[in-house]
Design a binder for this molecule. Structure first.
Ligand code: ZN
Length: 329
């Protein structure tokens, strides 16, 4: 430690250096004690000149607290600030096993409009990554793409967008196309997803601060070329992340975001007018999968069986062929 401090000191007198060089040749305790005296003397002289500098920081067991060492051999704790997570009920639908924790919640249970405070004096925003968007939130060929893709180099640090708590941090069969995935729940009520990572740095239930490196960019899962797949969700419902984040400039669009129900449509995206978004959201379709029933679809999309029948000109007894796409809203 002494050696380290001495090395970092900028203005050590020549005679001090000379003495120290001699002293360092003898690797015995009395010499180190002498070196300490010398260093303290030198430090005192500097402190007398009013120069007190931090020379090193040491990690503690608590990642939000560091120890700072000064050139006068004093030290102090330095708090990085602990995220305040009291504004959201983190126990509600908290699940570290299921990727989508709100799956059983239907759209009808979600309010039409909710104002979300994205940043305030206690909660900051840091872009997960800054870069050009390659693929947007949209219906892509045969499947919806519920996030924003930003190309990156494998190993690029990926940061938590807001303060929050890690719900998912894993790479398994369960994460499917997401590959190595991190899901964070935030103090503002949103969840953010970070997919295709090469490595994750955090574990479920861990508290993270906005800007903290939670993982590194990669090419895992259903991915063609290294990129970050970023999703923003409210109560499990995805909306276009570009509504809140300008990825190219690494900034928020606004400090407050009003989540509207029609944003959850895969056809509704940033840049549309209110009317366009509403109209787009009404084109919602569903591709029939094994196990789907009209009742199940009606509940999932917040509509009724008779509405789905009317929209698709079918009856309640029509066989739902797998792969068929129905307009559900
Ligand atoms: Zn993607």
């Amino acid at each position: 430690m002494y050696i380290c401090i001495l090395r970092k000191k900028r203005k050590i007198k020549r005679h001090t250096l000379k003495t120290l060089a001699t002293l360092m040749l003898c690797l015995c305790l009395p010499c180190i004690a002498l070196a300490q005296d010398e260093a303290e003397e030198a430090a005192e002289e500097e402190i007398a000149d009013g120069i007190r500098e931090a020379v090193d920081t040491i990690d503690t067991r608590d990642k939000f607290t560091k120890i700072v060492l000064y050139n006068d051999f004093s030290w102090e704790y330095y708090s990085l600030g602990r995220p305040v997570l009291d504004s959201v009920d983190f126990d509600d639908h908290w699940n570290t096993e299921k990727i989508h924790a709100y799956k059983e919640l239907s759209l009808s249970e979600i309010p039409n409009e909710v104002d979300i405070l994205l940043v305030d004096s206690l909660h900051a925003f840091v872009p997960p990554i800054v870069g050009k968007v390659r693929s947007r939130y949209s219906f892509r060929r045969t499947r919806p793409h519920r996030g924003t893709d930003i190309p990156l180099a494998v190993g690029t640090p990926v940061r938590a967008a807001f303060d929050g708590k890690v719900r998912i941090a894993e790479f398994s069969r369960r994460t499917g196309g997401y590959g190595n995935l991190i899901v964070l729940r935030h103090a503002n009520g949103l969840e953010t997803y970070y997919g295709h990572l090469s490595k994750h740095n955090v574990h479920p239930d861990e508290v993270v601060k906005a800007g903290e490196i939670i993982g590194y960019g990669g090419n895992t899962g259903r991915s063609t070329g290294p990129h970050l797949h970023f999703e923003a969700r409210y109560m499990g419902q995805a909306f276009d992340p570009e509504r809140i984040i300008d990825f190219e400039n690494g900034t928020l669009r606004d400090t407050v975001f009003t989540v509207k129900k029609h944003y959850f449509s895969i056809y509704s995206h940033y840049g549309q007018t209110e009317e366009e978004s509403i109209a787009a959201s009404q084109r919602m379709t569903h591709t029939i999968r094994s196990g789907d029933t009209l009742g199940g679809l009606a509940a999932k999309y917040g509509t009724t069986v008779s509405n789905i029948c009317k929209l698709n000109n079918i009856s309640r007894s029509t066989t739902l062929r797998i792969g068929r796409r129905l307009i559900v809203r």
